[in-house]
Design a protein around this ligand. Structure first.
Ligand SMILES: Cc1cc2nc3c(=O)[nH]c(=O)nc-3n(C[C@H](O)[C@H](O)[C@H](O)COP(=O)(O)OP(=O)(O)OC[C@H]3O[C@@H](n4cnc5c(N)ncnc54)[C@H](O)[C@@H]3O)c2cc1C
Length: 586
């Protein structure tokens, strides 16, 4: 099944739900106009539909190959990367003064979603490069920016992120890779990194590895980590002391080379101050966390499209309202429609969360008013773990539902439905597992600045409840009621979490993040419903689309928000009820 980028849906979410147009007032994006938005979305759709999507299955079947330190990507990936570079896609959301297109991050999120839907294994390469560009913009010296940014922004070079070692996964502070001063301003980096995405490949001319390492005498844990830039090929054209010595055999994303990297005195240069590596790495991780969330949305969209097409084609049984003797297409069965509605509504909700997070990130940098920038930063920080974890959980859930809709054929590789689930399964794991995201939300974001991020969120959700309750549309007041019930549950859980013992907080963190995702997702869909109602009244756009957006929000409110209260009991059960189950540990 081929993929068709949902341009109308992306545009509606960008403009009506994530309110990307607020960025126009900042003056930071002079080229950001409605026409440009449409042109960018349509061009990215062509790349995704026509170039990347047809290679998705090839990448899965062929895998990457490693031979004597050289990695060969699957057939067509090199040519696709050349097309990606030709279109200037790598630089879309970065400032023009450094060679980017100077467009908002949310537009970057929309184009990234199309790339990830079309071919997640391919999309990982450029995604890692985005993060490195962010790090250099914020923490690099003028010389480093001048030396590296143009080539990263035009895609001639790519970049990687090197944290993980066998003994240091979630606990990054346990890493042992060393960096010794060479005496000329450069450092000799030695150690082994595992699971490095696009660590070696044949698509770009050079690869810049961003590597976390310890300098001599540095403090233990994360406080003693420094970040280095280690190019694969040095300025004089010689090979640096870094190479791929292994390639992982994985459940999915076979077209993405996941490498074991050996650093043997490789020449590197500090980015930022010594022992301030985590600060710099967090810049990269925040961008990467949002982008991994976008992968969740992208893979879910692809799985949904495939399931929808299958459901229209496959005939089984007699539908309750079917015409003639049957068999009828399975899409006529109410249970299949329920699954499709669940998939579609959760995709729309998670997409909106990712875009809203991107708009907040831009506002936090470019809003004119200092208070507005600070509030936007809080919103970005609150939404980032939710965008990452909730959207990737949805990616897995929707991909699994896609298989279910296919019946037995979903379990057979031939249809491609299984690949979506295999590909999606990594997203809740890498870039900080979803458990780590939940701990970040419950342990840090909930109480930061006296709980301001949550208080501001509640106030904004209340505005939407009010808009629904006072709407002239007969269905919207019920949406407002459901959203209010969801908000009450979120408040209750958050109040309990902010006062509970740390062990109880950790025990409830994952369902707390799920509840936050579900309520914020519901809020986003209600914003969409209010906007759709406005369009109906003003006779703007496609009336069928507007009616369906209202119905989508209505379905979600009944099917998902009504469960919010039950989540509170799960969140607040406390650690003892869990540990009493007994696992043979003291
Ligand atoms: C395909 C792939 C690509 C990757 N790409 C990169 C890359 O480009 N660069 C890079 O540096 N790394 C990369 N990684 C590594 C990835 O980020 C780690 O696998 C991930 O952070 C988890 O670490 P771990 O595998 O060591 O699991 P562990 O840290 O051992 O975790 C195991 C389990 O314990 C849980 N856990 C751990 N600590 C805690 C805690 N304190 N509280 C509660 N639960 C906890 C985790 O949630 C998880 O469920 C990649 C991994 C894969 C598989």
């Amino acid at each position: 099944m081929t993929y068709r980028a949902p341009v109308d849906e992306l545009r509606f979410t960008l403009v009506e739900v994530a309110a990307v147009d607020v960025l126009k007032a900042t003056g930071a994006f002079p080229d950001f106009t409605d026409d440009i938005t449409l042109a960018i979305l349509e061009e990215a759709a062509k790349l995704a539909n026509d170039v990347l999507a047809p290679l998705n299955k090839t990448g899965d079947a062929e895998h990457c190959k490693l031979d004597n330190g050289v990695v060969t990507t699957p057939t067509g990936f090199r040519q696709a990367y050349a097309k990606f570079v030709e279109g200037g896609w790598q630089g879309l959301q970065f400032p023009t003064k450094v060679g980017g297109m100077g467009l908002p991050r949310a537009l970057g999120v929309a184009t990234l979603e199309m790339v990830q839907s079309a071919n997640m294994a391919f999309g990982l390469g450029p995604m890692l490069t985005y993060g490195a560009i962010e790090v250099l913009l914020v923490h690099g010296t003028d010389e480093q920016r001048a030396a590296y940014l143009p080539k990263l922004l035009n895609g001639e070079w790519s970049a990687t992120m090197n944290l993980t070692e066998p003994q240091a996964g979630s606990d990054v502070g346990a890493l042992r890779t060393k960096a010794e001063p060479n005496g000329d301003g450069s450092w000799a980096v030695s150690g082994q990194k595992i699971f490095i995405t696009w660590g070696e490949h044949d698509c770009a001319d050079n690869i810049l590895h961003l590597v976390l390492a310890r300098t001599p005498g540095s403090p233990a844990g994360t406080k003693g980590l420094s970040l280095f830039i280690v190019p694969k090929i040095l300025d004089d054209g010689s090979r640096n002391g870094v190479q791929a010595i292994g390639l992982e055999h994985k459940l999915g994303i076979h077209g993405s080379p996941t490498c074991t990297m050996e650093y043997s005195g490789a020449k590197g240069w500090l980015i930022g101050a010594e022992n301030a590596g985590m600060k710099a790495m967090f810049t990269m991780m925040n961008s990467a966390r949002l982008n991994v969330g976008v992968q969740g949305v992208g893979i879910a969209e692809r799985a949904y499209q495939q399931a929808l097409a299958f459901a229209k084609d496959r005939k089984q049984g007699k539908a309750i309202d079917g015409k003639g003797p049957g068999p009828h297409p399975i899409i006529q069965h109410p249970d299949i429609q329920r699954s499709l509605a669940m998939m579609k509504s959760k995709i729309a909700a998670s997409r909106a969360i990712c875009m809203a997070c991107a708009v907040a990130a831009d506002l936090s940098e470019y809003a004119e008013d200092e208070d507005e920038r600070a509030a936007a930063k809080r919103r970005e920080e609150l939404l980032t773990p939710i965008a990452k974890a909730w959207s990737t959980d949805i990616g897995v859930e929707v991909a699994s539902m896609g298989i279910q809709i296919h019946g037995g054929m979903g379990y057979i590789e031939e249809t491609g439905a299984a690949q979506h689930l295999r590909d999606a399964r990594i997203t809740p794991i890498y870039e900080g597992t979803n458990a780590i995201q939940a701990m970040d939300l419950a342990g840090r974001k909930l109480n930061m600045q006296g709980g301001a991020a949550f208080t501001e969120l509640y106030a904004d959700i209340e505005l939407t409840i009010e808009a629904c309750s006072t709407s002239s549309h007969p269905d919207l007041p019920l949406l407002g009621e459901r959203l209010e019930e969801g908000l009450d549950s979120l408040r209750e859980a958050a109040t309990w979490m902010s006062e509970a013992d740390p062990a109880d907080v950790l025990a409830g963190a994952t369902p707390f993040l799920t509840l936050a995702g579900e309520v914020i997702g519901g809020w986003m869909l209600c914003i969409g419903a209010v906007a759709a109602r406005r369009r109906q009244k003003d006779k703007l756009g496609d009336p069928v689309f507007a009616a369906q957006r209202i119905a989508l929000a209505g379905f979600y409110c009944e099917a998902v928000l009504t469960l919010a209260h039950a989540r509170v009991d799960d969140i607040t059960m406390g650690v003892e009820m869990i540990s009493d189950v007994g696992f043979g540990v003291d």
